[in-house]
Write a protein that binds this ligand. Structure first.
Ligand SMILES: CCCCC/C=C/C(=O)SCCNC(=O)CCNC(=O)[C@H](O)C(C)(C)COP(=O)(O)OP(=O)(O)OC[C@H]1O[C@@H](n2cnc3c(N)ncnc32)[C@H](O)[C@@H]1OP(=O)(O)O
Ligand SMILES: NC(=O)C1=CN([C@@H]2O[C@H](COP(=O)(O)OP(=O)(O)OC[C@H]3O[C@@H](n4cnc5c(N)ncnc54)[C@H](OP(=O)(O)O)[C@@H]3O)[C@@H](O)[C@H]2O)C=CC1
Length: 272
């Protein structure tokens, strides 16, 4: 299947121009892949987006891509695992323009069977994909309460059934799902909605850096619909959930994965 095309042109846009004029978002991992696509779509819809990530040059590239769009993108590099620094950055963004939408997208892991994951490796993945998400979400709470805003956290397809080679990451994302549902209850009184979006295989440079092409092809073949998720599809879903149409959507896990979570299992392949 070496002819598999991972990025067929596809227009996922359904939302109207100007939808998010005067609204603000905070997006982590905004310099690449899914995070960048989310920024581009939100800015296209008129939003002011504040982005972060560790690499300034990647954030700068995202900024260049937004130049002629309706909204605006500003950024500051930060490591979401540095608690004091990321809390201060969320405060800075919140105090300057408020936060209507928080997107917890920064994340990642390494593929390894559990028996080969050291305690430091486990802690690193839990820290990035669970602890940092709690820190950022809690820091954003005062601003989300003011705006009656929403949170979208990027998760993994199969998070509720397990995944070979990803025990640490699945544990972290399952933790985020539990946190999301708990806060959907606690913060409903403030009008704040929280959801998890779980893509299947998205052929970003980040994933391609972790998985060689034959494994990417096997991941796509194990997806019942036989096609990978595009970054634009994830971005459109984030925008939908933040829009008035998403008014009653909260505490959800939305798996945008071509039925990968029902199929033979990406989880059978990741560990090979
Ligand atoms: C089901 C299929 C679909 C899958 C979909 C998922 C796709 C994606 O997520 S795409 C995003 C892709 N990009 C990444 O995932 C890269 C992200 N990785 C990282 O940022 C880092 O690896 C990290 C956060 C997970 C760890 O960073 P850091 O704290 O800097 O880690 P250290 O290098 O200091 O190592 C700490 C600890 O972890 C052990 N370790 C690192 N890599 C591996 C490995 N490949 N296998 C086993 N162990 C590993 C490392 O050895 C250290 O432990 P000790 O040796 O005990 O000190
Ligand atoms: N690609 C896929 O198939 C899937 C991906 N996902 C998840 O989607 C999210 C985005 O992944 P994707 O776009 O594919 O991959 P990328 O590697 O392109 O995205 C990860 C982003 O997170 C940022 N990041 C990582 N660690 C930190 C940190 N400590 N502090 C601040 N920013 C950080 C990175 O920027 P920088 O390195 O500059 O810090 C990068 O922009 C991740 O959570 C990933 O696990 C979920 C399902 C499938």
């Amino acid at each position: 299947m070496s002819s598999t095309s991972f990025n067929d042109p596809y227009d996922a846009s359904v939302l109207r121009d100007g939808l998010f004029a005067d609204r603000s978002a905070f997006v982590s991992g905004a310099g690449s892949g899914i995070g960048r696509a989310i920024v581009l779509r939100l800015v296209q819809l008129g939003m002011h987006v504040f982005g972060t990530g560790r690499r300034a040059e990647m954030l700068e590239e995202t900024a260049n891509l937004t130049k002629d769009m309706a909204g605006a993108f500003t950024y500051k590099p930060c490591n979401v695992r540095e608690t004091d620094a990321i809390e201060a950055l969320v405060r800075e963004a919140g105090e300057s323009r408020g936060i209507d939408l928080l997107v917890n997208n920064a994340g990642g892991q390494f593929f390894a069977p559990a028996a080969e994951i050291s305690r430091r490796g486990w802690d690193a993945v839990i820290d990035l994909n669970l602890n940092a998400v709690f820190t950022v979400t809690k820091a954003a709470y005062p601003y989300l309460r003011t705006s009656r805003g929403s949170v979208a956290s990027i998760s993994l397809s199969g998070v509720d059934r397990g995944s070979m080679g990803l025990a640490h990451s699945i544990a972290a994302r399952a933790g985020v799902l539990g946190m999301t549902r708990s806060l959907a209850l606690e913060w409903a009184k403030d009008g704040i909605r929280l959801n998890c979006i779980a893509p299947g295989t998205v052929v970003t440079e980040g994933l391609a850096g972790e998985a060689a092409r034959p494994m990417l092809e096997r991941l796509v073949e194990a997806t019942p619909m036989g096609i990978p998720t595009s970054v634009e599809e994830v971005a459109e879903l984030v925008a939908y959930l933040a829009s008035p149409a998403g008014r009653l959507m909260t505490g959800q896990l939305i798996q945008i994965d071509g039925a990968a979570h029902l199929g033979p299992g990406l989880h059978m392949i990741a560990a090979e």
